[in-house]
Every structure is written in structure tokens, then in C-alpha cells.
Design a protein around this ligand. Sequence first.
Ligand code: NAD
Ligand code: MG
Length: 294
Amino acid sequence: MSNNQDPLNAYYPGKFEKQEQEAPGLQQKMKPIPDCGEESYTGTGKLKGKRALVTGGDSGIGRAAAIAYAKEGADVAINYLPVEEADAQEVKAVIEAAGQKAVLIPGDLRNEEFNKEMVETAVEELGGIDILCSVAGEQTAVEKVEDLSTHQLRSTFETNVFSLVWTVQAALPHLEKGASIITTSSVQAYNPSKNLLDYAATKTAIVSITKSLASQLGEQGIRVNSIAPGPIWTALQISGGQPQEKIPEFGQKVTLQRAGQPVELSDVYVFLASDNASYVTGQVYGVTGGVEIN
Ligand code: NAD
Ligand code: MG
């Protein structure tokens, strides 16, 4: 008998209960609670001595990255919205249990000034930044373009696109050779769902910005890459990212027939942040459960 894990039945292969929260939602109230590697991720020192700033680090994919970075030996600052303090405190406890420094920087990334303050705080508290990991994102499903409000259009672009550029601008003076910038795009960048018009467009923009930044920053020895997740079980989905009627079957229509858990992205976030990715820049790594099957 092999010791292999069956990818179809790993983690949580079942259907989900309908459950709605107001955005951005708290993952500690979700059923089941997403697996962000609190117990399931083990580090081996790949990021020893590095300093990471992770936006969206309170929950979901950003939390998985923040936890993995700490377990790999990095000190970690996380950003999130103030209403997410309860999730953020849990992440702080996991980072500290791993023996690393945790810095909490709540604030709204749609505010240009805050992006600068966030970076300055991270630099002061951590002594610098080696890994800039942008995971924060906003997603609200709207069926028809006629119903897409200007407020939502602006908000989605400010959170997902503008803040990425503002954060990089603020961080650049502090990034040294060997630093790594990681962005979070999506399968939506290539294959937009009809009810995610604005969100999918921001994810395409993130792929483009990632490649432009990689070209610009190569000569400074800074690598820039993106991760494109498929359907991952997170608070984003149950707080307006999907219509409630899509929640039970969320993720079941991909090759591996289940939603992924945030921890299944951890190794890729770690790899791209680490010196092991010394020849990797301008790339987009998919972690998608395969392709959408109809
Ligand atoms: P999540 O809700 O757990 O994380 C998103 C985080 O974004 C929130 O925790 C919040 O802290 C942050 N955020 C939102 N608006 C903000 C604002 N204005 N200011 C500061 N922070 C803000 O959900 P997730 O699925 O882990 O999302 C993380 C990233 O992964 C997002 O960029 C999302 O687009 C991307 N993604 C998710 C999926 C998926 O299926 N879950 C698929 C592809 C891409
Ligand atoms: Mg959250």
C-alpha cells in the first residue's frame, strides 16, 4: 500500500451548508472553519531570518501564507480590516507559538495614505521587509452589469488593484536585493464568471501588473510573482463573493471535484518567497484543483 494522499478526498471533500455573513466576514464563524495550516502545516526553516508583510493576513489564503511564513522562521506583519480583529488575534497567537514576532496593522487599503503607514509600521516593527505578500481582496457577485454600482466598481478596483500599486510604491525604498513580491490573482483572470465582471477584471490587472513589476524590478534583484487560486473555501465566498445558492456545491465543478483549503496554497507562497525561487520572476502559479468541468 502506498502512503499517498488521495487528492479527491483530501481535507474537506464534501458539500457546504449555506451560510451568509456581511463582508468581509469572520472565518472563525464559518462551518467548517477553513484550514489555514494552524495544525496541518509544518515548517523546515526555509525563511529563517526573513521579514514578511502579508495583506489580508487575518483569514483565508493570506492567513495560510502568514502562518506558513512564521513556521518557516520569518517574523510576520499582517494587515486586515479593523472589524476582523478577532480572526487577526488568532493568527497572532499562531505566529507567536511558532516563536516569531507578530505585528498587527489593521486599516483600510482603499485609503492611499494608509498603505504608506502600513509599510512604515511594518518596516519599523520588523526592521525591514524581505517578503511583500499582497493577498487582500474584495469580491462581490452581481448578476447583471446594469446592477453594478459605481461604489462597488471603485471599491473593488481600489482594494484589489490600486492598493497593490500603492503598497509596492511605499515598500520599494525598503526592499533590498533578494526581496520577493507576491501578488494574488485568480483563475478569474483568465476565465471570468459572468457574475464577477469587476472582480475578474481586477485579477487580470493583477497578472499584468505582476509582469510589469517583474520587468521593472529585475535589475534591482527583486523578484515578482503571482499565485492564481481556484475555488478555495474562505470568508470571501460566503460574504457576498458567491450567491448563497452556489455555496453548497462550491468547488465541486473542478477536475478534483472539491473546494481547496487555504493551506493547500501555503507551499507555493513559501516557495516564491524563499531563496529557492532564485530563478523565478514574472510568473503566475496556479493552484486550482484542475480546470472547470461542465
Ligand atoms: P478572505 O476573505 O479570507 O481574505 C480576504 C481579505 O482581504 C480579508 O480578510 C480582508 O482582511 C482583506 N480586505 C478586503 N478588503 C480590504 C480593505 N479594503 N482593506 C484591507 N483589507 C481588506 O478570502 P480569501 O479567499 O482568502 O482571499 C484572499 C485573496 O485570494 C483575495 O485576493 C482573493 O481575490 C483571492 N482569491 C480567492 C479565491 C477563493 O476561491 N477564495 C480564488 C482566487 C483568488
Ligand atoms: Mg478576513
